[in-house]
Design a protein around this ligand. Structure first.
Ligand code: ITT
Length: 208
């Protein structure tokens, strides 16, 4: 059984639309490295989760990147949601003097690892970083395991909070005039960053 590695039940609900009952949540808080891009964070997380679970795992790392804030909060979206809160982030995004500052993108990177060899993605973790990690953990035989990455992106705007559905930043992210929190789960999933990444993953996984 494929394990969807996350502490966030909202992500798993969305994943089930694409993977049916073939997926179960693994509530494992893998250590997240600091990086400006989601890919190395997800790749490292997938290896750590596989090492923990010993079964096929799919790690889901997501973030909100606001154009007018140079991509903030990006990989720090979770910490910023807990500290500043989504309304404050939206205010900051809409306050900026730059033209159209409120434009933003939601990104999701899915990282798959099953301990076996396959046509992996080019490793997003640079060599020096991997060497440092291996040196820090001499017993980490999983540091070089193949990982396959799938990315989904959706563009939109930051707005005042509207809607009751979804989770996280959904009330302040508007796509084509509707916030994610105003959409049904199916509507969000059909166009969201996660839905787009899951669609690519499901197609690849079906052929495995
Ligand atoms: P895990 O790391 O355990 O999966 P998390 O919720 O911390 O759980 P992320 O680090 O990937 O997951 O999420 C970064 C932030 O982005 C976090 O505050 C989420 O609530 C938010 N987020 C992720 N996907 C989202 C979505 O589809 N809609 C709204 N907010 C989302």
């Amino acid at each position: 059984m494929l394990r969807y590695v996350t502490t966030n039940a909202g992500k798993v609900r969305e994943a089930r639309d694409y993977l049916d009952d073939g997926v179960a949540q693994l509530d494992f808080d893998y250590p997240e490295i600091q990086a400006p891009d989601l890919k190395p964070i997800a790749a490292r997380g997938a290896r750590a989760a596989y090492r923990h679970a010993g079964e096929p795992v799919l790690v889901d790392d997501a973030g909100l990147f606001v154009d007018g804030l140079d991509g903030f909060p990006g990989p720090y979206s979770s910490y910023v949601e807990e500290t500043l809160g989504i309304r404050r982030v939206s205010e900051l995004a809409r306050d900026d003097a730059a033209p159209d500052p409120a434009r933003a993108a939601f990104r999701c990177v899915l990282a798959y690892c099953d301990g076996e060899s396959f046509d992996a993605s080019p490793d997003p973790i640079d060599r020096a970083d991997r060497a440092a990690a291996a040196a820090a953990d001499q017993n980490d035989e999983t540091a070089d395991l193949p990982v396959k990455l799938f990315e989904g992106v959706v563009r939109g705007r930051m707005v005042e909070a509207r809607g009751e559905g979804g989770f996280g930043y959904d009330p302040v992210f508007e796509h084509d005039g509707t916030t994610f929190a105003e959409m049904t789960a199916a509507e969000k999933n059909a166009i969201s960053h996660r839905g787009r990444a899951l669609e690519k993953f499901a197609e690849w996984y079906a052929g495995r």
